[in-house]
Structures are given as C-alpha cells and as structure tokens.
Design a protein around this ligand. Sequence first.
Ligand SMILES: NC(=O)c1ccc[n+]([C@@H]2O[C@H](COP(=O)([O-])OP(=O)(O)OC[C@H]3O[C@@H](n4cnc5c(N)ncnc54)[C@H](O)[C@@H]3O)[C@@H](O)[C@H]2O)c1
Length: 258
Amino acid sequence: MTVRLSDKVALIIGSARGIGRGIAERFKEEGALIVLADSEAETGAATAAALGAPFICVDVSQKADVDAAVALALSRYGRLDIIVQNAGIYPWQLLENTTPEDWDRVMSVNLKGCFLAARAALDPMRQQGGGKILFTSSITGPHVTSPGHGHYSATKAGINGLIRAAALEFSGYGITVNGVEPGNILTEAIQLHRSPDFIRSMEEAIPLGRLGSVRDVANAFVFLASTEADYITGTTIIVDGGQLLPEGNDFRLAPDRP
Ligand SMILES: NC(=O)c1ccc[n+]([C@@H]2O[C@H](COP(=O)([O-])OP(=O)(O)OC[C@H]3O[C@@H](n4cnc5c(N)ncnc54)[C@H](O)[C@@H]3O)[C@@H](O)[C@H]2O)c1
C-alpha cells in the first residue's frame, strides 16, 4: 500500500466530527502522526481516543489556544509539517437579523481562526524549512450563496483571499498554502438535522447525483498535504460533484435526447 503522508506531523483543528474527523482518519491511514484540536471537549476526546491521537480543547478564534495546539504538536513530535484549519460555524441567519456581535463571531471562528492557524504554524515551519498550511473554504461565498449565509459567505470568500496572500508571503520559506472548497457534504449533522426530502432535492441539483462524503473532501486534503502537491500553492480544489457547472436547473439530458 502506498502511504503518502508517512511520519508527517499534522495538526487538524476542528476535527471532533464531520469533515475534520474525516481528514484526521484519512491522514492517519496515509501514515501521518496526527494531533487533534476542537472546541468540543467530549466529542474531540472520544474521536482522538478512537484514532489514538493526542487532543487539545481549543477555541480557534483565540490566539493563545491556537498557539497551544501548535505547541502540543511540537512537544509531542518535535515538528509540524501540516496544519489544517477546518473549524467553521454556519448559523442560518438573514443579514437583516444579523447583529454586529453575530457577524464578529462567525468572522472570528471561520476567518480569524485561519489567520491565527497560519500565524502559529509560520515560525516552526519556517525554522524547519517548509510545511503545508491548509484551510477548509467552501463553494458558498467564493462562487455561490443562499439566503441566510451572509456572514458565512463573507468568511469563506475571505479565506480564499487569505490563501493567496499567505501563499505569496510564505513562498520564500518553502511553505505552501492551499484550501479545499466542499460543496454539499453528507455529514452526521446534515443527516441528523435535514429531512430526507431536503437531501433528495440537494442530490437533484448535483450533476454526479449524490452529496459528497467526508472522505471525498478528505481525499483532496491528502493530495494537497502530500509531496505530490509540492508545486501547488495559493489555490483551492473544488469538491462538489459538479454542482457549480450547470447554467440552469434543467441540466440533465433526457435519456431519449440524441
Ligand atoms: N458540511 C458541508 O456540506 C460543508 C460544505 C462546505 C464547507 N464546509 C466547511 O467544512 C468545515 C467542517 O464542516 P462540517 O460540516 O464538518 O461541520 P461540523 O459542525 O460537523 O464540524 C465542525 C467542527 O469544528 C468544531 N468547531 C466549531 N467551532 C470551533 C471553534 N471555535 N474552535 C475549534 N473548533 C470548533 C466543531 O466542534 C466541529 O467538530 C467548516 O469549515 C465548514 O464551513 C462544510
């Protein structure tokens, strides 16, 4: 079996469940030495125990917490090769009902969290001569949006800007900065909170005919974290089953159409 992240030390923030847990699982399968961080103490500890990984409870919007997560990886394994900032919140809220405090919270976790992660990883990665900084962006914000996702969309578009700026500034240190833009992914949360009808209607909007799995997203992270992506920086990979492609709703060819 090919192991693509053999002995690479990877810190994954926002890894208690969902896409982040999927990234942690895939990285471990590929031979990485993973360290998990999340704001959910119980779920995070349970996930870490299941994966045999160290865990630290953090709020990614707090500099001291993010620094402590990087320090844990360094003290446990002596280096930091990969950092993934995947933690994100997406409260449904129309702009007309969004208070400045609501706005600041989503910005702090989703966008400032990525800045803090990049900033915390910079020194150790620079000292060791390189590293890979990865963020979870979204198709929502950079390309499309829907009502109720104003603050969220702004953060994810902002993450793509941060990816480009950090990639350029860190290029002289051998550090690459990239991201993944998931489409609609079938996480535990979506399965719990959305009706089968809603999920079916989402499937109909996706050319490949299904929602993505956390592994679909995690596979893109594995590639960007691996040496196969050494010459890629400042960009994102869209993992959306073709959702962004259609010009209109009627995109399926009828079977009897020539
Ligand atoms: N699920 C999707 O369809 C989808 C699509 C596009 C992008 N995304 C992005 O993928 C990422 C993961 O989403 P998910 O669907 O797996 O969500 P999720 O809520 O299942 O997982 C998010 C994780 O981040 C943690 N977290 C939240 N706030 C935190 C904080 N302040 N500090 C540290 N950890 C915190 C949560 O505890 C949780 O473990 C998010 O950035 C989200 O915006 C998800």
